[in-house]
Design a protein around this ligand. Structure first.
Ligand code: PLP
Length: 292
């Protein structure tokens, strides 16, 4: 299932850009989407090496990571359990998790904070259980995300990605350094006070001045939107035929367009945006779109 995939790179026409490309990691798989596939690849190799058979992980009720883990577990004949943050709910994402056979345990926000304690409390005696952090954040995930860079057939002036935990960004920067590219990596944190992403990345790799963190594009915080972001998504999708989600990739593309307007990015430079997938999550926000 985790054979090398080499997701396609497509040129998109979006004024005023002359050389804008998108790495379509969203096309890797509908459920193990985008960077979640990249992250799980080496985690599952480690699971097999350690002869574990039960994935235990964590996420919110609209987590792309939970759906990805559930699908990956069922395809690899592994058991999966998720601790879901907040009160018991049902939605499209959790329905998919259950269809793939994942067991869900809802925990209040306070207990959710100490993930290691939850794991020990429930599965401390389960020798088969394997801890996967929220969002799949891990050293293995960084290795998987670095392979995005190995797949590039040519070099780019700028690469853009969205960041939640910064694991994907760490992998990309690591790949850029390993391949001795001069590419600048522009990272757009989707949470407020996004400077913490630098510290998160530093847990895994050493950071060069090729990293540019743009912390002004969170639109109020994680999973928060504004009417401006929603109309950006509508215009972008109409213009390019490419679907983007309000939580991650829309914030990245908004930043890219805005940085060009500011003159920080030139319209003729060669740019690659990483489409990290995660489109299912937007169904949790359909009322925001006001398109009915
Ligand atoms: C999870 C996710 C991210 C965040 O990736 P990190 O490695 O946690 O920074 C970005 N984009 C999409 C679509 C995601 O689902």
């Amino acid at each position: 299932m985790f054979e090398n995939i080499n997701s396609p790179i497509q040129k998109i026409s979006l004024a005023p850009f002359d050389n804008l490309f998108v790495k379509r990691d969203d096309l890797i798989d509908p459920f193990i989407s985008g960077n979640k596939w990249r992250k799980l690849k080496y985690i599952l190799i480690d699971v097999k090496a350690q002869k574990k058979s039960h994935l235990v992980t964590f996420g919110g009720a609209y987590s792309n990571h939970l759906v990805a883990t559930a699908a990956a577990a069922s395809r690899s004949n592994l058991k999966a359990t998720a601790f879901v943050r907040g009160e018991q709910v049902h939605n499209e994402m959790l329905m998919l998790c259950k269809l793939f056979g994942m067991h869900l345990i809802f925990v209040d926000r306070e207990s959710y904070r100490d993930k290691q304690l939850l794991f020990e409390g429930y599965f401390g005696n389960d020798a088969e259980a394997y801890f996967i952090d929220e969002g799949g954040a891990s050293q293995q995930a960084v290795i998987g995300c670095a392979e995005i860079i190995d797949e590039l057939p040519e070099s780019y002036d700028h690469i853009f990605c969205a960041a939640g935990t910064g694991t994907t960004a760490a992998g990309l920067l690591n790949g850029i350094e390993k391949n001795k590219l001069k590419t600048k990596l522009h990272v757009i944190p989707v949470l407020k006070q996004g400077d913490f992403i630098r510290d998160e990345m530093e847990k895994y790799i050493s950071i060069s001045d090729q990293l540019q963190l743009h912390t002004e594009y969170h639109f109020g915080g994680y999973a928060k939107t504004t009417p401006a972001l929603i109309s950006f998504i509508t215009d972008f999708t109409t213009a390019t035929g490419l679907l983007i989600d309000p939580v991650y990739t829309a914030k990245m593309f908004f930043a890219l367009v805005d940085l060009q307007k500011q003159g920080i990015i030139k319209k003729n430079e060669k740019i690659l945006a990483i489409h990290t997938g995660g489109l299912l999550g937007m169904f949790g926000m359909k009322e925001k779109f006001n398109l009915v």
